[in-house]
Design a protein. Structure first.
Lengths: 416, 288
């Protein structure tokens, strides 16, 4: 009697699972996504996850918004098939990112991968994707080298740190022309793919334009304290600091600058910790007047109200406003949906062809469009510069995008 | 490099070092007495920091006043870890206790992320926050000074407990030779529980003090945990004075190495120093 029940239950489970699988196969497109969901920068990784989930919501359901795929449900040319993300956790490590890419491709059979926040992880995970000929859409990693590898299946939305360096130095040239002291430049960067590369680009620009690098400080990512780094900066007395740090280190640096009373004219951050709203939320007044490259600021919402509505949706999930990193993540899903729609198939080769010919109008990024060059780099994106003022990220440069005036120099700690 | 920067390096290193020392003292106590390497030590620190954080955020209790709560909570955590986990694997083959604490560390870390999200949490507006002492061109953050002084005091208290009290003698006896201690009528079970609890209490103090100037997130334990292990190994397993001095040494060497060589190498310098010392004195600076 018992044996009969066991067999019946097993049969029922098998039938049910089959049913679910069959049902899924018809209506759902499986995409992979790798982000640091646990570990030292999990808070930033989770925000990207929320941004991507917001995008899935917009695409899979019907919303009256002027955003690609909002007014339809799912992918129109694939009979309304919905998108589903299978998550991979890189734990902030390139090795783990690589393993997760393998798992998503070979076991979960995803059609493509979106990721991975850190340049180091995007680098290793995309090598895996390339090997399996699966497209890798990199939303926010900034190392220019990622699109210099000659990969055929790699696409990136964010501006590169080469672009950002040019923007920073254009900005500094303008300030120099106005008579401000900016010649002495300090480079402060984490010792990873992201930091080392950004510093390399900065050095190139500095040499080209006649700036003096007074100190060059790589430091270990995830430090418990940054006294030695800050003491070296203090001794070098720079006018401007160009910084490449993720959230935890960025917060530590800000606090240590304050503690050791290190003053300078400006601190410009590459895409990283500065952008995570936690920086401002946690440090409050101590985050004021830091600057950084910017692909999103709440200032954009006044010019484009649809961003305000998207921001509300995102904020419900993450508790904070969009920032450059997360909106790039959001847009990457739109790009993928667009490619799926034009390819009319989930076959990787068709997808890659569609991605290569992307010409997508979207209000979500500066430049209002996404288009990839032959190396896979988005050539439409523009970098601005923002500054934290009164707890908000305000766009201050270039002049035609500026929402408000800038505070120069960085107000000395004594005077705050 | 002028004299004030040199002095700043020494003192900043000393302050951080004292905090490493306190974390290490708890670890070395457990290790020395029970031969158990508590891999979850860093996570205990994280729990203590979160307790301070939540008491401040929810009930506006300053970390200085909630310190006794952190200490008590972590003492109990240590005790429970012993009773529920360690006790059962004490007689098992060598690595079992290690793996058990390793598993515990993963459990605590992920529970913390599940309940409290991985966001960085930070305290502002506490009694000590943002205050600094400045003199002769030196700038010392008051929370760090208090943390360092507090660490020093607690280390001395532990030292006093171990070497000048009867219970301390029992602990030392259990560490020296468990079976003979049993024969002498010492309740090993109670002593082990007490030791684990004390190890937790040390980290409870360190966490509460750290919260005044550091930020907490579920993985913060691993950063400090690794340095604690090195400190313990450097000072000699089971030696409290050793852990204390090793902590200070590591703090100073890390800061100085960072400034004089390069911040990228600050941990390299620490580990090279460790390797050199271990090759000359394999048992650590003061090892038994």
């Amino acid at each position: 009697m018992k044996k009969m029940w066991v067999s019946l239950t097993v049969a029922a489970v098998i039938l049910f699972t089959l049913g679910v699988i069959l049902a899924e196969a018809a209506d759902v497109i499986r995409l992979g996504s790798i982000y640091p969901l646990t570990g030292a920068i999990a808070s930033s990784g989770l925000r990207s996850k929320h941004a991507i989930e917001t995008a899935l919501d917009v695409i899979n359901n019907k919303y009256d918004l002027d955003v690609p795929f909002a007014r339809t449900e799912g992918i129109p040319n694939l009979k309304g098939a919905k998108l589903e993300i299978i998550w991979g956790d890189s734990q902030a490590s390139p090795e783990v990112g690589k393993t997760e890419a393998e798992r998503l491709i070979t076991r979960e059979k995803v059609a493509l991968i979106i990721g991975a926040y850190q340049s180091g992880v995007s680098k290793s995970a995309s090598f895996v994707a390339e090997r399996y000929k699966i497209p890798f859409v990199c939303a926010e990693s900034s190392s220019a080298e990622l699109t210099e590898r000659g990969l055929k299946y790699f696409f990136r939305l964010a501006p590169t740190d080469a672009e950002d360096s040019i923007a920073f130095f254009n900005f500094l040239d303008e300030m120099k022309a106005k008579g401000k002291k900016v010649e002495r430049v300090a480079l402060l960067y984490e010792n990873t793919e992201f930091g080392v590369h950004a510093a390399g680009e900065a050095r190139k620009q500095a040499e080209k334009r006649g700036y003096k690098i007074v100190t060059d400080i790589p430091y270990p990512f995830k430090s418990t304290d940054v006294k030695s780094e800050v003491l070296k900066i203090k001794a070098a007395k720079p006018d401007v600091i160009l910084q490449a740090s993720l959230l935890g280190d960025m917060m530590l640096f800000a606090k240590t600058f304050k503690e050791l009373k290190v003053d300078f004219n400006a601190n410009l951050s590459y895409c990283g910790g500065y952008h995570d709203p936690s920086f401002v939320l946690n440090l409050k007044k101590d985050a004021e007047y830091f600057m950084g490259q910017c692909t999103f600021s709440p200032d954009f919402i006044t010019k484009k109200p649809v961003l305000g509505r998207l921001n509300e949706m995102y904020k419900k999930r993450s508790g904070v406003d969009f920032d450059g990193v997360t909106i790039e993540g959001f847009t990457s899903v739109l790009v993928v949906a667009d490619a799926l729609n034009r390819a009319k198939s989930t076959d990787p080769e068709a997808l890659v062809q569609a991605l290569r010919t992307t010409d997508l109008k979207t209000p979500t990024l500066p430049g209002d469009a996404v288009k990839f060059d032959e190396k896979g780099q988005n050539i439409k994106i523009i970098s601005n510069i923002s500054q934290v003022q009164s707890g908000q990220y305000r766009v201050i440069w270039p002049a035609e995008m500026a929402a408000t005036g800038m505070v120069w120099p960085f107000m000395p700690w004594e005077k705050r | 490099m002028d004299a004030s920067i040199l002095l700043q390096i020494l003192i900043s290193g000393l302050l951080m070092g004292l905090i490493f020392a306190l974390i290490a003292v708890g670890l070395t106590l457990i290790w020395g007495v029970m031969d158990v390497l508590n891999f979850a030590h860093g996570e205990f620190l994280m729990l203590a920091m979160y307790i301070s954080f939540w008491m401040f955020s929810l009930w506006s209790i300053d970390p200085l006043w909630s310190l006794p709560v952190s200490v008590a909570a972590l003492f109990v955590t240590g005790l429970l870890t012993y009773r529920l986990i360690i006790k059962k694997v004490l007689n098992a083959p060598g690595l079992t206790a290690l793996l058990a604490t390793f598993g515990l560390s993963i459990l605590i870390k992920n529970l913390a992320q599940f309940f409290w999200t991985p966001d960085f949490r930070h305290i502002q507006g506490a009694i000590l926050s943002d205050k600094a002492i400045s003199f002769f061109g030196l700038h010392l953050s008051l929370p760090e000074v208090v943390a360092a002084v507090g660490s020093g005091l607690i280390t001395y208290l532990i030292y006093f407990l171990i070497f000048k009290t009867k219970t301390g003698r029992a602990i030392r006896a259990a560490a020296l030779d468990r079976d003979t201690a049993l024969l002498m009528g010492i309740d090993i079970d109670r002593i082990y529980g007490l030791t684990f609890g004390l190890g937790g209490a040390c980290v409870g103090v360190a966490g509460a003090l750290l919260m005044n100037f550091y930020y907490v997130f579920p993985s913060v334990g691993s950063l400090f945990g690794i340095l604690a292990f090195v400190t313990v190994a450097l000072g000699g397993f089971g030696n409290i004075t050793g852990a204390f001095l090793a902590g200070i040494l590591i703090g100073v060497v890390e800061t100085a190495g960072g400034v004089f060589i390069s911040p990228v190498f600050k941990y390299t310098v620490v580990f090279v120093m460790y390797l050199v010392i271990i090759s000359i004195r394999p048992k650590g600076l003061f090892g038994w």
